[in-house]
Structures are given as structure tokens and as C-alpha cells.
Design a protein around this ligand. Structure first.
Ligand SMILES: Nc1ncnc2c1ncn2[C@@H]1O[C@H](COP(=O)(O)OP(=O)(O)OP(=O)(O)O)[C@@H](O)[C@H]1O
Ligand SMILES: [Mg+2]
Length: 222
């Protein structure tokens, strides 16, 4: 068993790979190529928390709130209802500066969330000129609060490194990589846990599928 308290990822097979879940109060980067399920992984994390009475905040820099709610509904997760119950809050914004991002995120902490998803950080890290120090400050500030955060990040297929900014993978406590690969004319989604501080991890690649119930690992460890 892990020594630190764990927060479920909402994905059973993934919890098994990382000692039972994300370490409580950690900041995790989920980096993936386009359409690999980064947004769904964030929504699934918040839905899992809401079902346990843990308040979650979703901040999108990519999509309109109504589109996020629609996507969740297709997976059987009624975020409209969860918002009414104060278990979920969704915010969409198109920030023009890093300061604006920080202000928005920290305003959200007024709700005292246990879980936070920021989707995606790539536009932020680019707008601040891939400034490692500024990003580090943001992560440290999040860690001063009593929550566990997923920051999604974009990766281009064939690109070197794990994220487009080249910094978030170092500053975060955990890094999960989602990729779509083609082998013998077939497409497969692969998930790999690249790092997870204070956890014993399984670093093999695992096949996953996006189903009507969200992300499911189809090749969990024995
Ligand atoms: N109900 C569903 N059943 C099966 N597959 C689904 C379902 N809903 C979404 N998907 C699949 O999930 C993928 C999109 O997931 P998601 O939006 O989370 O990806 P993403 O990595 O955030 O994409 P982007 O790079 O555009 O931000 C789509 O490619 C779609 O094929
Ligand atoms: Mg997305």
C-alpha cells in the first residue's frame, strides 16, 4: 500500500498503476496528442470526486461551458445537476495574459475544491513565453491549497519531449502520457505513467479505450 493518501483518478485500471490513485495534494500533468481523451480524463476525475461528495472545478481555455456539459452528458455524467448541487463548477475563458489565468484559477479556490482540472495549460505556458519560474510559482501556489489538480497539456505526434512547452513535465508531481498509435493499419490508444512522485508505478504502456462510460484501460496489469 502507498504511504501517502490517495485520490482516485476515476479510472480503475489507472489507479492500480499508480499505487491506488494520485497522491493527495499533488499536481499532475496529462499530456497527449490530439483527440486522445485528455478532456474526458479530466471530466472523469471530477465526476468521480463529485460522486464522493468532493467539490471539483473545471477551468477550460479551449471549449465553451455548454460544450463541456454536453460532452459529459454523452458519458452519462450530469454536470448541470452537479453544478446545482455545488459539487462541480465549470468555467470557460480565453485569457490574454498569464496574470489573468492566475487570477481566475485562484478566484475559483473560493469554492474550496478538492479537485481541479485546467484544460489545457499549453496556451498559458505559451502566452507566458514558456517561463519555467512563473509556471513553477503557479504549481507551488496550487500545492499550498488542499486540492489535487490535473493540468492537461498538448503534445504533437512525433515531437520530442512530453509536452509542447517542455517545462510542465518537470515541474509537476506526476506525468501521464496519452498517445494514439497505428500498427498494422489499426489504431490504438496507449497510456503510460511517466512519473508519479512518492508512488511505486507501473511504467509500461497500457491500451485504453474511450467508451460510453469514459476512459477504460483494457490491458491492466496482472
Ligand atoms: N461517448 C463516447 N464513446 C466513444 N468515444 C468517445 C465518446 N466521446 C468521445 N469519444 C472519443 O474521445 C475522443 C475525444 O476525447 P477528448 O475530447 O477528451 O480528447 P482530447 O484529448 O481532449 O482532444 P483535444 O486534443 O481536441 O483537446 C474523440 O476522439 C472521440 O472519438
Ligand atoms: Mg480536449
Amino acid at each position: 500500500m502507498a504511504e501517502s493518501a490517495r485520490v482516485s483518478t476515476g479510472i480503475e485500471g489507472l489507479d492500480t498503476l499508480i499505487d491506488g490513485g494520485y497522491p493527495e495534494n499533488s499536481v499532475i500533468v496529462v499530456s497527449g496528442t490530439p483527440g486522445t481523451g485528455k478532456t474526458i480524463m479530466g471530466l472523469q476525475f471530477l465526476y468521480d470526486g463529485a460522486m464522493k461528495g468532493e467539490m471539483g472545478i473545471y477551468v477550460s481555455f479551449e471549449e465553451e461551458k455548454k460544450d463541456i456539459i454536453r460532452q459529459a452528458k454523452q458519458l452519462g455524467w450530469d454536470f448541470d445537476d452537479l453544478e446545482k448541487k455545488n459539487l462541480i463548477r465549470i468555467f470557460s475563458m480565453w485569457p490574454s495574459s498569464f496574470d489573468e489565468v492566475m487570477a481566475k484559477i485562484f478566484k475559483c479556490l473560493y469554492y474550496k475544491p478538492k479537485r481541479l482540472v485546467v484544460d489545457s495549460i499549453t496556451s498559458i505556458t505559451y502566452s507566458m513565453g514558456q517561463n519555467r519560474e512563473a509556471f513553477h510559482k503557479m504549481v507551488e501556489k496550487l500545492k499550498d491549497t488542499n486540492l489535487t489538480a490535473i493540468l492537461t497539456s498538448e503534445m504533437l505526434s512525433g515531437e520530442k519531449g512530453f509536452t509542447r512547452d517542455g517545462i510542465s513535465e518537470f515541474v509537476s508531481d506526476g506525468l501521464i502520457i496519452l498517445r494514439s498509435v497505428e500498427a498494422a493499419g489499426e489504431h490504438k490508444n496507449l497510456l503510460r505513467v511517466e512519473k508519479m512522485r512518492s508512488s511505486r508505478i507501473n511504467k509500461e504502456s497500457h491500451i485504453y479505450e474511450v467508451t460510453d462510460r469514459g476512459i477504460e484501460l483494457t490491458s491492466p496489469p496482472a
